[in-house]
Ligand binder design. Structure first.
Ligand code: CA
Ligand code: CA
Length: 451
């Protein structure tokens, strides 16, 4: 009897181990497949907190064989884009892990590498509608098994963003949310809403643009559109073709990396509504009143916190800037400067904040600012990191003048206001700056002064 129990236990352990080892991998193709061309074949890979790194291949028709797919939990689909070389997207595993660390959900990676791997981009585009029909049928089966459409979230990268849109439209816009990470531009720009992602495709659609001049889509497509660093080129990405393949895809791929930082809460990028990037950099769009107490929306996973107000507003175009590497988020201050020089001064300002053991730097150099006597100039300073406590401030003013004349810059008042934290601004009065010479001082809390 004991031996029998022992054998049964051994058998069950062996079955468990075998089960555990059967991890389904993302389809790995190579350039030759892409050159010959591939036809659409979709694999659905399920990941949950019970198997974060081991994918389960899900049947498109028979969900009862997958007890791991618990439809009382929300389901997030991850949909990749064009795969010109046939390789699996490098970011899929990390995104899956981050999503599962953040929430107890089903993550379904939609592997349509057969279809996306095609030297002919137009063929891959053609496959997007078919891929969407396939996913729609699957979601309808999920519904039959008790899933609610509102709990369905699709994260689509590039072409994947439009696939998400087509699925959403097939389901009358009733899926909960679509996040589009640099939605593809080529073959979609200028098309009507039914041929691309648009804000009617889901209850809530948020979009990130990182490469609008090449692989991405320029116009707003969602309830909220984030233009990172203006949406055209990303800092740290190669500026010339001589840097190899990454020149073509670095801006586009940055969208996924920026999203990572928001899922793992590494830091927050507050985004400001504005009509253009230039206006934003000029510091003309720092008002967040329309969003009430919540302030301006924060880019990424948690933007659903602003969902109601964004739906009320209809369409909101926002801007934020980033660092060249993760953590990408920057910290925004409003810097107000008033001078009392008789003559007008033009120049650039660099501000350094000194904390206990760290330094944050912001250079306001997108254009030369004009400073006039007794006129307060408002500037946006974007620091590479956030310091909890600012001990000292350094300011450098440069006119860019190479002549010998050393301009003096008589500052009557400089005021620094953190735009995200509700805390008293920092001030300093009566500072004399010399062209290109850094001056360091201890800031005062503005209200404590009698100025
Ligand atoms: Ca659409
Ligand atoms: Ca670009």
């Amino acid at each position: 009897m004991i031996l029998w129990q022992y054998l049964t236990l051994l058998l069950s352990i062996t079955v468990q181990i075998c089960k555990a080892q059967r991890c389904e991998e993302f389809t790995d193709l190579d350039l030759s497949h892409s050159i010959i061309g591939t036809n659409l074949k979709i694999k659905l890979l399920l990941y949950t907190r019970d198997n974060v790194t081991c994918g389960t291949l899900v049947s498109h028709t028979n969900l009862s064989t997958h007890p791991q797919l618990n439809l009382s939990r929300p389901t997030t689909f991850v949909i990749h884009g064009y795969r010109p070389t046939g390789s699996p997207p490098a970011w899929v595993h990390e995104l899956t892990e981050l999503l599962l660390a953040r929430e107890d959900i089903n993550v379904i990676v939609v592997d349509w590498n057969h279809g996306a791997a095609n030297a002919n981009y137009f063929k891959a585009v053609e496959s997007t509608h078919k891929a969407a029909d396939n996913l729609t049928a699957f979601i309808k089966i999920m519904q039959e098994h008790g899933a609610s459409l509102s709990s369905i979230y699709m994260i689509g990268v590039s072409l994947g963003a439009h696939i998400s849109g087509f699925v959403g439209a097939n389901l009358n816009g009733s899926i909960g949310r679509i996040t589009a990470l640099d939605p593809a531009g080529p073959q979609f720009t200028g098309t009507p809403p039914e041929d691309r992602l648009d804000s009617t495709d889901a209850q809530f659609v948020d979009v990130l643009h990182t490469d609008i001049d090449f692989l991405g889509f320029r116009e707003p497509l969602g309830h909220i559109d984030f233009y990172a660093n203006g949406g055209t080129d990303q800092p740290g990405c190669p500026k010339t073709i001589f840097s190899g393949g990454s020149y073509f895809k670095c801006d586009h791929q940055r969208s996924v990396l920026l999203y990572f930082d928001s899922v793992n809460r590494k830091c927050t990028s507050e985004a400001f509504p504005c009509s253009s990037y230039k206006e934003f950099l000029d510091g003309n769009c720092l008002n967040c009143d329309r969003f009430g107490a919540a302030g301006c929306p924060v880019f990424g996973y948690g933007v659903t916190e602003w969902r109601d107000v964004l739906l009320r507003l209809g369409q909101t175009k926002t801007y934020f800037t980033t660092n060249t590497v993760s953590p990408f988020c920057r910290t925004n201050y409003r810097v107000e400067v008033m001078i009392w020089n008789k003559d007008v001064r033009w120049g650039y300002i660099t501000v350094k904040l000194h904390g206990n053991d760290k330094e944050a730097v912001a250079t306001i150099d997108h254009k030369a600012s004009e400073f006039k006597k007794y006129t307060e100039v408002k500037l946006l300073a974007q620091f590479d990191k956030d310091l909890q406590s600012v001990k000292k401030v350094s300011i450098k003013f440069s006119t860019g003048n190479v002549c010998k004349t050393k301009y003096k810059f008589r500052v009557l008042r400089i005021r620094l206001t953190h735009l995200e934290r509700k805390e008293r601004p920092l001030c300093r009065y009566d500072v004399l700056l010399e062209d290109n010479k850094e001056v360091t001082f201890r800031p005062l809390l503005c209200e404590e002064s009698n100025f």
